[in-house]
Design a protein around this ligand. Sequence first.
Ligand code: ATP
Length: 241
Amino acid sequence: MLSITNLQVFYDHAVEAVRDVSLEVGAGRIVALLGSNGAGKSTVLKAISGVLYPEEGAITGGVIAYGGRPIGKLPPHEIVRLGLVQVPEGRRLFDTLTVEENLLMGGYARPAGESSAAMARIFGMFPAIEAHRHRVSGYLSGGQQQMVAIGRALMGEPKMLLLDEPSLGLAPQIITEIFQAIRRLRDERGLTVLLVEQNAQLALSVADYGYIMERGRIVMDDTPQKLLANDDVKEFYLGVQ
Ligand code: ATP
């Protein structure tokens, strides 16, 4: 469904943030992109969703194809229209808008009737935010905000989600809830997911396949079982001696 071949991204014409990255995400699969701080994971996601701006960063090589079609030169709104939607790191909600208004922003292209059905499904998935639907989202907990951010992305009925560090700064209980929801979206609706995480253990517990990035390159890729059993992965990413 998504295929990246030899992607190369530079920032400010000088910093090579991504070098020769190739990866595949099959339809209905959850693929984890792992690696430590600054490895280049967010840059890969930004390149896919078309939000690297020419004055900041640029794709200088490689091909990003979605459903067999090159999308590397498309503007972000056209990529979203193809059903490929990113949930950015740090949630990026409209803090002064209510939960409901934030969700509606994600479904702005839909007829009103469809939006309310989509919203009902999201509240079914994340009951914790339904009670707050009329509250301003800036007052919610981090976990609730992450649920709204995922819900907002789902409002447009995407085929594929790009999730950037959904667990960042959240309590374990909420993380479990969010990851169960991601799994259910795949199992029940066939949603395809590319999941960027620093928490390797967690990501590999839901993923079908994993890639590990270091200093802009993919250094390893394998099934979660094999990655979890690998000594280097254990030492550097799982904190096991
Ligand atoms: P994190 O988990 O901290 O977001 P990451 O793996 O997603 O890390 P990136 O954010 O993609 O890593 O950063 C990759 C490299 O590119 C880093 O060396 C970073 O300093 C650099 N970088 C990121 N954004 C910019 C920018 N706007 N301008 C210049 N360099 C940047």
